[in-house]
Design a protein around this ligand. Structure first.
Ligand code: ADP
Ligand code: MG
Length: 580
C-alpha cells in the first residue's frame, strides 16, 4: 500500500475502498515524472498542496514573491532540461508568476507555472469571487501552452501534457490551471493511480535531414572568413563534447553569446569573444548554433555586420520558424543541437581543411590587442572602486573557482562583467537573457544553488538587486551557498543625477546615498561585508565561498563611474528638447 493510500485510509476509517484526491494525484503525477523540487509561495488554495508535497518527499522552496519563485523554476529548467515547477495562488500570485513564465518562454527555458484558481462557475459569470480572474485566458498568449484540469481523473493527463509541451521541440513555459475545487475531489485510489501518465521520451531527438547537413558543410567549406556563434540553446542542449569537437575540428573562431560563455573556455585559442566587433563585421560565413538573430545580434544586419550582402548564414535550431526570421538563411539545419552537431561532425569525415590562416591570424591579433588594452584597468586597486577594478577582482575569483555559478544583472554591472569575467565551464553564467530583463537575480541564484549544490556568486547592480532583494531572507532560511555582490553606485546608471528643479525630491534615477545593503543580509543571520577596495572585495568573496554561508557584500563603487543604460544607451530614446 502506498503512503498516500495509507493516509487516505486512516482518514476514511471504515470506508470500503481506498481513496485518493486531487492533492495527492498532483503530487504523485509530478513524482512519477521525476520532478523533485517545487518553487512557490503558499496561500489559498495551494497551501496544503505545498505542505503535502513536502510531506511526500518533494523539496518545496517557499519564496517571498512569486516572480522570484518563477525565475528560480525557469533557471532550474535551463540547467536540468526538466521543467522547473512554480506554484502560486490565484489572481495576483498568478500574475506575479506569469512575468517569470513569459520570460522563460522568451528565453526557451522549460517551466510549468501551476496556479490555483477560483470557482469556474463564479469566474465565468463574473459574479465576484475571491481573487476572481480568468487565468487560463490571460496566460495563453504569454506562454507556449496552457491547460486547465477540472476533474481529478484528468490530473495525470494534464501534467503529462504540461511536461511534454514544456520540454519538447523549442522549450518554453506552460501554464497549468488547477481550480480550488479540484484538490479535494476524491476518487478511488486504484483508478487514480492508473490515471497517471509517466511521459516517455518527453523531448524526442529531432534528426536533421542529410541534405541539410551537406548544404551546411558545403557553405562552411567555401568560407574565407568563417565564424561560429554559440547561443544559450547550445548551452541548454548539453551536447558539450560534440560542440567542442565540432569547433575544434573546424578550426573556426567562435563567439559565445552571454549564456553560452564557458561552453568552451573563454581562454580557448579559438575564442573570439575579445574580438567581437571584428568578427561580426568581417566574417563571410556565420554558423549560428542555438542563437537567434534578434536584437542581441543586431538582427543580422546593419553596421555591426559590415557591408550589406557580405555574409551567408548557416543556422542550427530546433524551431523551423526561426529560419529567415530576420535575414535569409542559406543553410538551415533544423533539429536538436546534439543530433545536428553529431551529423555535421560525421559529415566532415576524417580530414577537414583549416580556415585560411590570414583570417585566424587577424582574429587572434585583434583579440590579443583588446585583452592587453583592458588588462591594466582590471588591476586598479582604488577606493571608491570603478567597475573595472571591482570586476577585475571577481574575474580572478571565477578563474580560481571555475565551477562556481555566476548570476549577473544590472546595466553597467552586466555589460562590463560579461566582457571582463571569463567563464570556463558550460552553464555557469546565468543572466538577464533575451529580454535583458532586471529582476532575475535572486530567483536565478536560489534556483542554481538548489539544483546544482554549487557555490553561486550573484553580481548585481544596486538597482537590479532591488527587484528581488527580499529573497535574501529565503537564501538565509534555506542556508544556501550564495554570495551576493551589490555594485553600489548610489543609483541607476550613476548616482550623481540631481533634481533639475532644485526641489527637495531626489532625481528619478538615484537611491539613498551610502546605503548599506550588507545590513539586509545581517538582518536574517547571514554575513554582511562592506568592501571599499578590490582587495577587500576579493577576500570577502573567497571567504563567503569557502564558508558556504549566505553573504552579501556591499561593493562601494564611484557614483560617477557608470554610463547611461550601460552598453545599450542607443535603445533609450532621448528628447531633443531636453535641457541638459
Ligand atoms: P542567445 O540569446 O544565447 O543567442 P537565443 O535564446 O537567442 O540564444 O537562441 C536559442 C535558440 O536555441 C532558440 O532559437 C531555440 O529554439 C534554440 N534551441 C533551444 N534548445 C535547443 C535544442 N535542444 N536544439 C536545438 N535548438 C535549440
Ligand atoms: Mg547602480
Amino acid at each position: 500500500m502506498s503512503a498516500l493510500a495509507q493516509s487516505m485510509d486512516s482518514h476514511a476509517a471504515g470506508a470500503e475502498q481506498e481513496l485518493t484526491d486531487g492533492f495527492h494525484l498532483v503530487i504523485d503525477a509530478l513524482k512519477l515524472n521525476g520532478i523533485t523540487t517545487i518553487y512557490g509561495v503558499p496561500g489559498i488554495p495551494i497551501t496544503d498542496l505545498g505542505r503535502m508535497a513536502q510531506a511526500a518527499g518533494l523539496r518545496v522552496v517557499s519564496f517571498r514573491h512569486e516572480q522570484n519563485a518563477g525565475n528560480a523554476a525557469a533557471i532550474a529548467g535551463f540547467l536540468t532540461k526538466k521543467p522547473g515547477i512554480c506554484l502560486t495562488v490565484s489572481a495576483p500570485g498568478f500574475l506575479n508568476g506569469l512575468t517569470a513564465l513569459a520570460n522563460a518562454t522568451t528565453n526557451c527555458f522549460p517551466m510549468i507555472l501551476i496556479s490555483g484558481s477560483s470557482e469556474r462557475e463564479i469566474v465565468d459569470l463574473q459574479q465576484g469571487d475571491y481573487e476572481e480572474m480568468d487565468q487560463l485566458a490571460i496566460a495563453k498568449p504569454l506562454c507556449k501552452a496552457a491547460y486547465r484540469v477540472l476533474h481529478a481523473a484528468d490530473i495525470g493527463i494534464g501534467i503529462a501534457r504540461a511536461i511534454r509541451a514544456a520540454v519538447s521541440g523549442r522549450p518554453g513555459g506552460v501554464y497549468l490551471d488547477l481550480p480550488a475545487k479540484l484538490f479535494s475531489q476524491v476518487m478511488e485510489a486504484k483508478a487514480g493511480a492508473k490515471s497517471l501518465v509517466k511521459v516517455i521520451d518527453p523531448a524526442p531527438a529531432q534528426l536533421p535531414a542529410s541534405a541539410a547537413i551537406k548544404r551546411a558543410l558545403d557553405v562552411l567549406k567555401s568560407a574565407k572568413r568563417p565564424l561560429i556563434i554559440l547561443g544559450k540553446g547550445a548551452a541548454y542542449a548539453q551536447a558539450d563534447d560534440q560542440i567542442r569537437a565540432l569547433v575544434e575540428k573546424s578550426g573556426v573562431p567562435f563567439l559565445p553569446m552571454s549564456m553560452a560563455k564557458g561552453l568552451l573556455p573563454d581562454t580557448h585559442p579559438q575564442c573570439a569573444g575579445a574580438a567581437r566587433s571584428t568578427v561580426l563585421k568581417d566574417s563571410d560565413v556565420v554558423m549560428l548554433i542555438g542563437a537567434r538573430l534578434n536584437w542581441l545580434l543586431s538582427h543580422g544586419k546593419g553596421k555591426t555586420w559590415g557591408e550589406p550582402g557580405s555574409k551567408r548564414f548557416i543556422q542550427i535550431d530546433i524551431e523551423p520558424k526561426e529560419m529567415d526570421s530576420n535575414i535569409e538563411i542559406v543553410a538551415p539545419v533544423v533539429g536538436d543541437i546534439g543530433s545536428c552537431v553529431s551529423a555535421l561532425l560525421e559529415g566532415m569525415g576524417g580530414a577537414w581543411p583549416a580556415p585560411p590562416a590570414d583570417w585566424v591570424g587577424a582574429v587572434k591579433a585583434k583579440r590579443e590587442e583588446n585583452v592587453a588594452k583592458m588588462a591594466p584597468r582590471l588591476m586598479k586597486n582604488t577606493a571608491p572602486m570603478d567597475f573595472h577594478g571591482a570586476l577585475g577582482a571577481l574575474r580572478t575569483v571565477i578563474k580560481e573557482r571555475p565551477d562556481a555559478i555566476l548570476v549577473n544583472e544590472g546595466a553597467n554591472t552586466l555589460d562590463l562583467a560579461r566582457g571582463v569575467i571569463d567563464m570556463y565551464q558550460p552553464r555557469k553564467r546565468l543572466d538577464v537573457g533575451t529580454w535583458g530583463v532586471m529582476g532575475i537575480g535572486m530567483g536565478f541564484a536560489i534556483g542554481a544553488a538548489v539544483e546544482t549544490g554549487k557555490p553561486v556568486l550573484a553580481v548585481e547592480g544596486d538597482s537590479a538587486f532591488g527587484f528581488s532583494g527580499m529573497e535574501v531572507e529565503t537564501i538565509c532560511r534555506y542556508n544556501l551557498p550564495v554570495c551576493i555582490v551589490v555594485f553600489n553606485n548610489d543609483g541607476i546608471y550613476r548616482g550623481t543625477d540631481v533634481n533639475p528643479t532644485g526641489g527637495a525630491d531626489p532625481a528619478t534615477t538615484v537611491f539613498v546615498k551610502g546605503s548599506r545593503y550588507d545590513k539586509m543580509m545581517e538582518a536574517f543571520g547571514g554575513v554582511g561585508v562592506n568592501a571599499t577596495t578590490p582587495d577587500e572585495l576579493k577576500r570577502a568573496v573567497d571567504k563567503a565561498i569557502d564558508s558556504g554561508k549566505p553573504t552579501l557584500i556591499n561593493a562601494v563603487i564611484d557614483p560617477a563611474a557608470g554610463s547611461e543604460s550601460g552598453r545599450i544607451g542607443n535603445l533609450n530614446p532621448q528628447s531633443v528638447l531636453r535641457k541638459k
